[in-house]
Design a protein around this ligand. Structure first.
Ligand code: BTN
Length: 324
């Protein structure tokens, strides 16, 4: 009911009387009043004037579980987002999802948190995740695939985030192969995928996604490499609405990818990949190889032409000249 009241308040610039709200929702005036108070406790600024009613003045920047759930229902997600848990604080949403997956949680769960106390990045790095306006979440899927497909599943997730950022903000977001989303030359999103598998079959995949959304600044050590959607657009985003949009896009893209199992089936994937056509360096067996990133295979490997040889790379740290 809380989210319904919020929706009505959001749709009106004028005061709405408690009586109108109780009639519309078919509940008592006391129930309306209690829900208004609950919203105020969450940080919504709602003015109330005798004989006029309630008016929404300001929304807090929070991830609201009930609101996101309702949006996902409206968007009719099939898999990703069929379960949702929003936490104030957690060590790492990836760890939380792995714990729940080990306890038999069905696929589709999304766990998001306002803050991670031990956020994890790739290659053992940490991922700073204070309650600073970022969106940190992990999705659980259980595809019946061999573990070798994990890299292309991650690429599909990155492609989905890229599409969602583009359509939600209009920013020219692109994929920095394999796991980052960039705007211009700066990183706006990182992805860390973890899995559990039997020898030939995945048990589960936990796709952890960190998106810089409403951060207005970054610590000195990353400020030249990181950006946020707020810094790019000048606008503060409604993170609940944005997260619901990203989850919907992940649901669409991952369901379609799990049928085709080919990343290049997405006709604009290569166009959106900032790495293609650039000079890149990659570490291989302790040797740094430099060449031009020419193409992507259906399995998502990067084809690099060094001049003397053509190699395909399926993971590892790739440095793209002119980006980071
Ligand atoms: C990277 O670029 O190094 C990957 C960063 C992944 C960060 C996300 S935030 C949500 C999820 N939980 C984690 O601990 N890490 C991922």
């Amino acid at each position: 009911m809380k989210s319904h009241i919020l929706k009505i308040l959001k749709s009106s610039a004028e005061y709405i009387s408690g009586e109108d709200l109780s009639r519309e929702l078919n509940v008592s005036r006391t129930a309306v009043w209690k829900n208004i108070n609950a919203l105020k406790e969450e940080g919504y600024v709602i003015s109330s004037v005798r004989n006029k009613g309630y008016r929404l003045e300001q929304c807090p920047d929070i991830l609201d579980e009930e609101i996101i759930k309702n949006k996902l229902q409206t968007k009719k997600v099939k898999t990703v987002g069929t379960g949702l848990s929003i936490l104030k604080t957690v060590d790492s949403t990836n760890e939380e999802v792995k714990r729940r997956a080990a306890n038999g949680e069905p696929e589709g769960l999304v766990v998001a948190a306002e803050e991670q106390t031990a956020g994890k990045g790739r290659l053992g790095r940490n991922w700073q995740s204070h309650a600073d306006g970022g969106v940190y979440f992990t999705i659980l899927i259980r595809p019946e695939l061999p573990p070798s497909d994990i890299a292309s599943i991650t690429l599909a997730a990155g492609y989905a985030v890229c599409l969602a950022v583009r359509s939600y903000t209009g920013c020219d977001a692109r994929i920095k192969w394999p796991n980052d989303i960039i705007i211009g030359t700066k990183k706006v999103c990182g992805i860390l995928t973890e899995m559990a598998a039997q020898s030939d079959r995945l048990d589960y995949v936990a796709i952890g996604i960190g998106i810089n959304v409403n951060q207005s600044k970054f610590p000195d050590e990353i400020k030249d490499k990181a950006t946020s959607l707020l810094l790019e657009t000048g606008n503060k985003l409604d993170r609940s609405d944005f997260l619901a949009a990203v989850i919907k896009q992940l649901d669409t893209v991952l369901n379609s990818f799990l049928v085709s199992l080919s990343i290049t089936e997405f006709s604009d994937f290569k166009n959106l990949c900032a790495t293609i056509g650039r000079t890149v360096s990659v570490e291989r067996n302790g040797v740094t190889l430099t060449g031009t990133a020419d193409d992507i295979t259906t399995k998502g490997e990067l084809i690099i032409n060094t001049g003397s040889q053509t190699i395909s790379v399926n993971s590892g740290e790739v440095t793209v000249q002119g980006i980071y």
